[in-house]
Design a protein around this ligand. Structure first.
Ligand code: ACO
Length: 333
């Protein structure tokens, strides 16, 4: 019999979005594309684009502030700040988490970034939960934040129409109330690294005038390969995660998949055999916000009253790496 009396709960949540919203129609004037193409292939209708002064750390700080307020804690209560991002304020150092820790005045907190690209938030949630479940920490801030539009090539219509910026944050807290994280799966297949990557600017190909001229500091994607991978891995990892908790797809109250494309979500939902009404989507309004997409969706589902105590939520991320991460979470309220 389990003697565990320590669980992890989401005590607060918050989001932040850039002010500027750009519709597909507005993009038609910027690149060779159409509203019809974007809607039909992805479901996306508009996305937020960070303006001057808006960065990954400013969005993360705004989302974190809202999450702490809802949790009823102050920055002094925080033990750790984790930021899941692949678009940090600075390319290599310092971490975006350190900037957020400073902006919040979270003097007692450690801080680090975690990069698993679009799987990053679920990776961070599972990692942060271990600090709470082990008893090491009481209050951990987990943020998914991106300014993905800063690495987009506006001359590449196959990628630039897909992404947007934003941030979502949760405060994880230690509790005696059963529930919280039930099971998770973290996965990687690095053989697919070049399906979705930024070729230059790292140790393999440092930035030079040539790499910039060749536009190698922007994201490159083999869209069809990523599509095939995503439609296979989401149902697989959701089933595996549920299996680890002794659950089945029919037990899910709300599936929150990474918001990349409605066609990927629809295909995954069909394979899992779950009802469409149990799936949350907001990709239509924000595009693919990478590590921010799942916490943004979670915040909106909670704010819309779609999650009640006792509900089983499944969050499923996938993306560059290639990587994937799924977590089953029993909502305690
Ligand atoms: N507007 C108009 N036409 C376009 C556009 C555009 N924005 N982009 C591409 N096209 C054209 C192509 O040039 C091509 O034309 P052609 O047939 O004359 O050569 C045609 O549309 C079809 O292009 P495909 O790439 O084959 O289109 P596909 O049906 O595969 O859809 C898409 C493309 C939407 C990118 C799809 O492959 C996809 O969603 N893939 C997954 C992408 C994804 O989710 N990535 C994020 C993962 S998360 C992360 O880690 C960041």
């Amino acid at each position: 019999m389990s003697t565990n009396t320590r669980y992890v709960r989401i005590a607060g949540w918050g989001k932040a979005l850039p002010r500027e919203s750009v519709t597909n129609a507005a993009l038609e004037g910027r690149v060779d594309t159409t509203d019809e193409w974007i809607r039909a292939r992805t479901g996306i209708q508009e996305r937020r684009i960070a303006g001057p002064g808006e960065t990954t750390s400013t969005l993360a700080t705004e989302a974190a502030t809202a999450a702490m307020q809802r949790a009823g804690i102050t920055a002094e209560d925080l033990d750790l700040v984790m930021v899941a991002t692949c678009t940090p304020d600075y390319a290599s150092m310092p971490s975006t988490a350190s900037l957020v820790q400073d902006a919040l005045h979270a003097r007692r907190a450690g801080a680090f970034d975690l990069n698993a690209v679009c799987s990053g938030f679920v990776y961070a949630l599972a990692t942060a939960s271990q600090f709470v479940l082990s008893g090491a920490y009481r209050n951990v801030l987990v943020i998914g934040a991106e300014t993905f539009t800063r690495i987009l090539d506006w001359q590449d219509r196959s990628t630039c129409v897909l992404f947007g910026d934003g941030a979502g944050a949760v405060v994880l807290q230690s509790t005696e109330q059963p529930g919280g994280l039930l099971s998770f799966v973290l996965g990687s297949d690095g053989s697919g690294a070049c399906s979705l990557y930024v070729p230059a600017g790292g140790s393999r190909e440092p930035t030079t005038a040539e790499t910039v001229a060749e536009r190698k500091h922007y994201v490159k994607m083999q869209g069809r390969e990523v599509f095939r991978f995503a439609t296979r891995i989401v149902p697989e990892s959701v089933s595996q995660t549920l299996d680890r908790a002794g659950l089945v797809p029919g037990d899910i109250d709300l599936l929150i998949p990474h918001q990349a494309n409605v066609r990927i979500i629809d295909a995954a939902v069909k394979r899992l055999g779950i009802d469409e009404s149990k799936v949350f989507t907001n990709v239509q309004r924000y595009g693919n916000t990478s590590a921010a997409s799942i916490p943004l969706a979670l915040c909106e589902a909670l704010d819309d009253g779609l999650i009640v105590p006792g509900d089983l939520i499944v969050m499923a991320g996938f993306g560059a790496g290639l990587s994937w991460a799924t977590a089953a979470w029993r909502w305690q309220g």
